[in-house]
Design a protein around this ligand. Structure first.
Ligand SMILES: [Zn+2]
Length: 336
């Protein structure tokens, strides 16, 4: 594991290492780094020689830190959907791996019931080191009912040496009984400078990093994802004016929730400017002028209704055209 944690995560890590409770819930919107923070915290809690000059974070070189880095630490149990475990290089258990290799089933997209059984065994056995055990659950909202209820029991009556780190970007989807047994840590975002320098360190130009960080509402991982999806600064900046002209190209390969999300950002910024505020997702000069508050408000409501059904785009092409036509009307000057 890389020891270079992003600076805004590092700040939070140094505070969370001191946390004494047995269950911590890292929560907040996507793209802020819940997973790397959770993993670094697990590493710090399990480290055999935490560095007191470095705020007790994991040293990165002891056998325990190495075990976390190579994903074989016996006192760390990770509960994730199988597709995410594979994407993040975590080993599946043998029978699950065999089923998937034999194409008996696909990797699960939720945390499986087997994980619950496994969790009980893990919490009951003695830690192999002297730093206790850690359970990392991510995204915690992907537990099904059985897994969540099993966890609940363990959270109610924790065995002395097991600590839980739950991380999510959809805390409203967790059982209230789970949330209430955890100490919540609201994720903090980077400053503008931190976000931009994190993105440029990954190969983006300064200009692209600035535009996409803003486009992603200040969430660096979301900005990186946008770049991977082919967004450029020019394409992002062109959207409001393209919509007013009824041109679909900049939105061409978007569908469902992603498309609605972009339209909602345009609508949000046009409304903000209309009432004298600052745009959040676009540069002011990218927006269109001479709009009407009433049409924009109506558009905002229409987009909210579309958002509820957006992930069933049975006619994606028609949906794009209908939404662009709706946007063009909302962005037209009154009387045109
Ligand atoms: Zn260590």
């Amino acid at each position: 594991m890389s020891t270079a944690l992003a600076p805004w995560l590092e700040r939070q890590l140094l505070r969370l290492v001191e946390h004494n409770g047995h269950a911590l819930l890292l929560q907040g919107p996507s793209g802020l780094g819940q997973y790397p923070l959770a993993l670094s915290l697990a590493q710090a809690w399990l480290c055999q020689q935490p560095d007191s000059t470095q705020g007790m974070r994991g040293c990165g070189v002891c056998p325990s830190c190495h075990g976390v880095a190579v994903r074989t630490h016996p006192d760390l149990r990770v509960l994730m959907p199988e597709n995410l475990m594979l994407a993040l290089d975590w080993p599946l258990d043998e029978s699950a791996q065999k089923d998937i290799d034999d194409k008996k089933r696909k990797p699960s997209r939720e945390i499986r019931v087997d994980a619950a059984r496994d969790l009980i065994t893990f919490t009951q056995r003695t830690a192999s080191g002297d730093r206790g055990k850690v359970v990392l659950i991510y995204p915690a909202d992907r537990m099904n009912g059985v897994t969540a209820n099993t966890l609940l029991k363990t959270l109610e009556e924790p065995s002395g040496d097991t600590r839980f780190i739950l991380a999510t970007d959809a805390q409203h989807q967790l059982l209230p009984t789970i949330r209430s047994r955890c100490v919540a840590h609201p994720m903090e975002g980077p400053t503008q400078e931190e976000g931009v320098s994190w993105l440029t360190a990954q190969g983006m130009t300064d200009a692209l990093a600035c535009v996409l960080l803003k486009a992603a509402g200040g969430r660096p991982e979301d900005a990186r994802f946008m770049s991977e999806r082919g967004w450029t600064d020019a394409r992002w900046a062109a959207i409001p004016k393209a919509l007013r002209a009824g041109v679909v190209e900049p939105l061409q390969d978007l569908a469902g929730g992603e498309l609605i999300d972009v339209l909602q950002k345009v609508c949000h910024d046009q409304l903000a400017v209309q009432v004298g505020g600052a745009p959040r997702f676009f540069a002011a000069q990218s927006l269109v002028s001479g709009t009407s508050l009433q049409s924009l408000s109506n558009w905002a409501q229409a987009l909210q209704r579309s958002a509820r059904t957006a992930d069933h785009p049975y006619q994606a092409g028609l949906m794009l055209e209908a939404l662009v036509s709706q946007a063009r009307q909302a962005l037209s000057s009154p009387g045109t």
